[in-house]
Design a protein around this ligand. Structure first.
Ligand code: RAM
Length: 361
């Protein structure tokens, strides 16, 4: 636990140092615009934090994922619902079947009418969900972004799966090693508006500017919209359009699985490297058949669990979302809120043929 807490601190420090240095990056900490009002939403709906307050019983926590038919989001939300029950409350998941920018708006409005204690949202767009989320906070419904952030003043906390900078840069570092630092690469992303993917891509592009990558070229960012079929077709399109393509980074579990499926039964197998973010259960067969050598992810169950405990701590008045406040996330131990209401779960894991069978999610 001690070590974990220390490494969380390091990740946070590294991320904020880079944010301070880098004025060219559009996004730091997984969000978009800086806002002078960033703490106003938290301040408006809360008094002072009382770290000794007990967790309230009977809290109603609602999870609103990017889309309900995404296997990754299901794992996160099911773990969050179980954690809500562990705190003595209830949890549920509602959400759209597509990850388009405004698809979550009507769900937020319904959750407000239902007087949920907290809304946890993996935002499909940093701004499209803002007005209804601010309405929720005005009515003392706590708002916690997880997985994919909103603009900072539209939520009280952002539960980030890992340091945004570490995820972005490591994706490039990993594929570069596999390719011997040479060749054309492409990115197969989720939707064009996704806050998390866009923040990661910002760091990937920044990483690629370093001299070590002078013989590598990012030729295209394609969008599979976190839709399996569209991601499959986009993979095919990339490989046709760029005959010299040597690698694809897909920072989405939906995208990487579709790309691997396409490549596994094509002549590109063994010739084009795929790396990115995937779930071990979806990627296992492609690692075993040699299509994919490695990919990364954090534990999505822990992300949902941490999100639920953070929301319960907010709704119980233990924390308000201000930097430096601490709360206990059940069996995960204590977490400290960082800058701009960000809480970081921990470093991602790299999966390959040697460890993939140790994981079941
Ligand atoms: C997809 C979603 C999600 C992202 C993961 C890695 O499931 O886009 O937001 O965090 O991939």
């Amino acid at each position: 636990m001690h070590l974990h807490a220390r490494s969380r601190g390091r990740v946070l420090a590294a991320a904020s140092a880079a944010c301070a240095l880098s004025v060219t990056l559009a996004a730091c900490g997984g969000t978009t615009k800086d806002s002078a009002k960033s703490d106003s939403a938290a301040a408006a709906s809360t008094a002072k934090a009382n770290p000794d307050a007990a967790l309230k019983k009977g809290l109603k926590l609602a999870f609103l994922p990017k889309q309900i038919n995404n296997p990754y989001e299901k794992i996160v939300d099911n773990a969050g619902i179980a954690a809500a029950q562990e705190t003595g409350g209830t949890g549920k998941e509602v959400g759209p079947s597509d990850a388009s920018a405004s698809s979550q708006v009507s769900y937020i409005n319904t959750l407000i009418q239902q007087r949920q204690d907290a809304i946890l949202i993996a935002a499909n767009d940093p701004n499209a969900v803002c007005t209804p989320l601010k309405n929720a906070m005005k009515q003392n419904i706590k708002v916690v972004a997880y997985d994919s952030d909103t603009a900072k003043d539209c939520r009280q906390l952002f539960i980030n799966q890992a340091s945004t900078e570490e995820i972005g840069r490591s994706e490039v570092q990993h594929i570069a090693k596999q390719l011997g630092y040479k060749g054309e690469i492409a990115i197969l992303s989720a939707t064009q508006n996704a806050t998390n993917q866009n923040a990661w891509i910002g760091y990937m592009k920044d990483e690629l500017k370093k001299p070590a990558y002078k013989n590598m070229k990012l030729v295209k960012v394609a969008y599979g919209d976190d839709d399996d079929q569209k991601s499959f077709q986009e993979t095919q399109g990339l490989l046709k359009a760029y005959p010299n393509l040597k690698g694809i980074i897909s920072p989405t579990t939906v995208g990487i699985a579709a790309a691997a499926r396409y490549i596994s039964s094509s002549s590109y197998k063994g010739k084009v490297v795929i790396n990115g973010l995937g779930t071990p259960n979806q990627m296992r067969k492609y690692v075993k058949d040699g299509t994919v050598e490695q990919f990364s992810l954090w534990d999505p169950k822990k992300l949902g669990y941490l999100g639920a405990y953070a929301a319960a701590a907010l709704a119980s008045g233990q924390i308000t979302g201000a930097q430096g406040e601490k709360f206990k996330a059940g069996k995960l131990g204590e977490y400290t809120i960082g800058k701009d209401g960000e809480v970081i779960l921990g470093p991602p894991t790299v999966f390959d043929k040697n460890n993939i069978d140790d994981y079941d999610f």
